[in-house]
Design a protein around this ligand. Structure first.
Ligand code: LLP
Length: 421
């Protein structure tokens, strides 16, 4: 459930009509609902009630400072994957002891930054990375808490570009070699091994792959304990999917997911972490765009809108489906017609949907892409020198621009001219 509903025929974000935001900030823009962000965080937090746990929001999904602050105020931890994200988490007031550092290519600078700024744990993905963290921690005279990310060789049954848990994927240490790698970690100075990490992919719409992976983690926990390692924390990653096509998708609920976690690993007495991104932010955000032209092709109608692939790359990159709805609700009895919904960028890949049934629309009408809160604004670019679009946060009847649209001059003036020109 989200807080984007029609009232008197006008789509609202909580209590604010989207047309009002459009009139104030221009189109296209992203808009997020505070109540939805909070609701999704709480659903997951509640699903793990009864076990010691921390929900570490995977901020790669949507990392605006206002979103981070909203979640941090509820006690969220953060899962970061770069020095930039680490800095964002700290800037939003998240203490180091609630920040988990994931990713396969942490640089020396990033390790140094996190060790000096404070870190809950590094999720280590290779032996050379482990050596580097050990070296830097020793030089700083601190102890780095680590888990080791294992690759359980489980098929997440999601889009190939976002599956991470098969042995051919670049992520983690093969679970078959885990015991020797834990022995190596225990022998290195400056490290404290505290647990196991696993993340098998994103947009999982079935619990079975989670179950397979978590059972393997449970088995490994017992083996490692027999080997003398203290395993007190399990980071179970993110990945729970959301319904992108509301008419025919029903991914598992957070409650079922929480119950599965308890069933698979609850008996081990470990503290549990999860790293959800999409489930928290995905349906908490819309992309709102305006129709520029309706163009008749030979055998189809094109709806040319002012949002483009640079603003929302998911359809072009993953063939992702987003429900697209008119901001003014269609009247009962109006027959929908099929449109190819496209942006202005000069590539045929700049297509959001083909043959999508919509009520008849005309230039100036507004449309909203649902489920655009995660991996939307964060993956945007300035391709075609199109400004990054504004982000707006709504809370009740208030809204605020949380990232303004840059002017053309601001964009151009970031370039610098060499002295010979
Ligand atoms: N933890 C780790 C280590 C991850 O790599 C990811 C996502 C997450 C947590 C959060 O996963 P989530 O709960 O959001 O599924 N750009 C793609 C998704 C990439 C996901 C990358 N890793 C998309 O638009 O679908």
């Amino acid at each position: 459930m989200d807080h984007f509903l029609y009232r008197d025929g006008a789509l609202h974000a909580e209590d604010v009509p989207l047309s009002e935001i459009a009139a104030s900030v221009g189109t296209p823009f992203y808009v997020y609902s505070t109540a939805t962000l909070e609701r999704h965080f709480k659903l997951l937090d509640d699903a793990l009630e009864g076990t010691e746990h921390l929900v570490c929001y995977a901020m790669k999904a949507a990392s605006n400072q206002a979103i981070l602050k909203t979640l941090a105020a509820l006690g969220a931890g953060m899962d970061v994957v770069s020095g930039g994200e680490y800095a964002r988490a700290k800037a939003a007031g998240v203490p180091g002891e609630r920040i988990v550092f994931s990713g396969i290519g942490k640089t020396r600078e990033e390790v140094h930054q996190a060790l000096t700024g404070g870190i809950r744990q590094f999720n280590v993905e290779s032996e050379p990375e482990m050596q580097v963290i050990s070296e830097i921690a020793t030089a700083l005279n601190v102890i780095a808490p680590i888990t080791i990310r294992v690759n359980p060789d489980v098929d997440a049954k999601t889009h190939a570009k976002i599956a991470t848990g098969k042995s051919e994927n670049k992520f983690g240490i093969p679970i078959s070699r885990a015991r020797e790698v834990y022995d190596l970690a225990a022998s290195l100075p400056g490290l404290k091994v505290i647990g196991i990490d696993v993340h098998i992919g994103s947009q999982l719409i079935d619990l079975a792959p989670f179950e397979a992976a978590y059972n393997k983690v449970a088995e490994l926990t017992e083996q490692l304990r027999t080997d003398g390692h203290e395993i007190s924390r399990l980071d179970l990653g993110g990945g729970l999917g959301i319904p992108y096509a509301r008419s025919n998708e029903a991914p598992p609920s957070p409650t079922d997911y929480g119950a599965l976690i308890k069933k698979c690993v609850g008996h081990l007495g470990c503290e549990i972490e999860i790293e959800p991104g999409r489930l928290i932010a995905g349906n908490a955000g819309l992309l709102v765009s305006q129709v520029i032209y309706v163009k008749s092709g030979e055998d189809r109608e094109f709806l040319i809108i002012d949002g483009a692939m640079n603003d929302l790359i998911r359809p072009a990159m993953y063939d992702a489906h987003h429900d697209i709805v008119p901001v003014v609700e269609s009247e009962v009895g109006v027959l929908p017609i099929p449109y190819d919904i496209v942006g202005p960028v000069c590539e045929s890949g700049d297509t959001f949907a083909k043959g999508r049934h919509m009520p008849p629309l005309k230039a100036g009408d507004l449309v909203a892409f649902r489920s655009a809160g995660a991996y939307g604004a964060v993956m945007a670019s300035e391709y075609n020198t199109r400004p990054l679009i504004p982000e707006v946060l709504v809370k009740g009847d208030q809204f605020a621009v949380i990232r303004p649209r840059p002017t053309f001059d601001e964009m151009i003036n970031r370039d610098t001219i060499p002295e010979w020109l």
